[in-house]
Design a protein around this ligand. Structure first.
Ligand SMILES: C[S@@+](CC[C@H](N)C(=O)[O-])C[C@H]1O[C@@H](n2cnc3c(N)ncnc32)[C@H](O)[C@@H]1O
Length: 295
C-alpha cells in the first residue's frame, strides 16, 4: 500500500505537478547529465571520444587507462594544430577543463567557456589559473580577440550561423578556428544530436571561411563507441532485464502498474542506444577534424 500512497493522495499530485513545471525549465546546456556520468567514469577531465592510433584494437582489450590515453592523444592532435603561440586561445565548450589544462601545460594562454555552471565551478576549483567564462558561445561578449578558437566536440550544441558569426567577431585577422566533432550525413537516423555535414559546408561558403586542414577521424574514434556499446549490451541491458524480472517475481502488481513507465524507459534506451551503435554511427555520421581561417 505504501507504494500506492503518492498516487492516491491529491496533495502529492499537486506537488508532482509543481515539480514537473520546475524540472521542465531545466536548460540542458547548463546541466548535462550524460557528461556528468562520463566524468565519473573517466578521470582525466576530458569529455570526448578520444583518438585511437590502432583502429583494429578489440573492445575487450581496452582498459580505462588506454581510453584515457586515447583522449589525451585526441587533445594533442588539437594542440599540434595551434600555430599561433603568442595570442590567447579560447576553448569553447571546455567541459571539465582537461583539454585546456593540456594547452596550459604547453605554455599557451588559454581561456575556457561553457554555459554549464557546474563545469565552471569545477574548473575554478581545480584549475584556478584558467580564466573562465560562464556563457553560451553565441551569447559571449568578449573584451579581447583570440588567435585560436577551439570547439572540441562542442560545435554540435551551438546553432551553426550563430557560431560562425561569433567566431568571426572574436578571432584575430589571421586567427584559426579548430573544430573536432561529429556531423550527420543525412536526416534519417533517430538520433539527431549533431549538425548535418552538408549544412556545415554550406555555412563555410556563406560566411567565407577557408578549410586549411581537414581529416575524417571516424575510424579513430570508433573503438570508444564499440567499447561503450559493448558495456551497454553486456552489462547495462542484462542488469535492466534482471531488475524488471526481479520486480515481476517479487511485486507482480507493481510490475503490472508500471508497464507504461517501463515502455517509456525502453523507448528512451532505444534512442540512446542508437547514438552509441558503431555500425549506425558509420552509416549516419562522420567524425571530422577541421582547421579553418577567414578569407
Ligand atoms: C562533449 S562536451 C566536450 C567537452 C570538452 N570540449 C572536451 O573535449 O573534453 C561538450 C561541451 O559543450 C558545452 N556546450 C553546450 N552548449 C554550448 C554552447 N551553446 N556554447 C558553448 N558550449 C556549449 C557543454 O557544456 C560541454 O562543456
Amino acid at each position: 500500500m505504501k507504494y500506492l500512497y503518492p498516487f492516491l493522495n491529491p496533495v502529492e499530485w499537486i506537488k508532482a505537478i509543481k515539480f514537473q513545471r520546475k524540472s521542465s525549465k531545466f536548460d540542458k546546456s547548463a546541466y548535462d547529465l550524460e557528461l556528468f556520468l562520463y566524468s565519473k567514469i573517466l578521470t582525466n577531465n576530458m569529455l570526448h571520444y578520444g583518438y585511437f592510433e590502432d583502429i583494429s584494437v578489440k573492445p575487450e582489450t581496452i582498459s580505462l587507462k588506454q581510453l584515457e590515453d586515447a583522449q589525451i592523444r585526441y587533445g594533442e592532435n588539437i594542440v599540434e594544430q595551434i600555430r599561433d603561440i603568442h595570442n590567447p586561445v579560447l576553448d569553447v565548450g571546455c567541459g571539465l577543463g582537461g583539454l585546456a589544462e593540456l594547452m596550459h601545460n604547453k605554455n599557451l594562454d588559454v581561456e575556457v567557456l561553457t554555459p554549464n555552471k557546474n563545469q565552471i565551478d569545477f574548473i575554478n576549483k581545480n584549475y584556478p589559473y584558467l580564466k573562465s567564462h560562464n556563457y553560451k558561445f553565441e551569447h559571449f561578449e568578449s573584451g579581447r580577440k583570440y588567435g585560436t578558437i577551439i570547439n572540441s566536440e562542442s560545435l554540435q550544441y551551438i546553432p551553426l550561423s550563430e557560431a560562425f558569426k561569433q567566431a568571426e567577431k572574436i578571432l584575430l585577422p589571421d586567427g584559426k578556428w579548430i573544430i573536432s566533432d561529429y556531423f550527420r550525413l543525412n536526416d534519417k537516423g533517430i538520433n539527431k544530436s549533431s549538425h548535418l555535414l552538408e549544412d556545415f559546408r554550406q555555412k563555410l561558403k556563406e560566411f567565407n571561411w577557408r578549410v586549411i586542414y581537414e581529416r575524417d577521424i571516424t575510424m579513430n574514434i570508433l573503438p570508444t563507441l564499440i567499447l561503450i556499446n559493448m558495456y551497454a549490451e553486456r552489462f547495462l541491458m542484462p542488469l535492466k532485464h534482471f531488475g524488471y524480472e526481479k520486480l515481476r517475481f517479487k511485486k507482480p502488481w507493481l510490475y503490472y502498474m508500471t508497464n507504461r513507465l517501463r515502455d517509456s524507459i525502453d523507448n528512451k534506451i532505444i534512442k540512446e542506444a542508437a547514438a552509441i551503435n558503431p555500425s549506425r554511427f558509420i552509416d549516419e555520421k562522420r567524425y571530422m577534424f577541421f582547421v579553418l581561417e577567414k578569407t
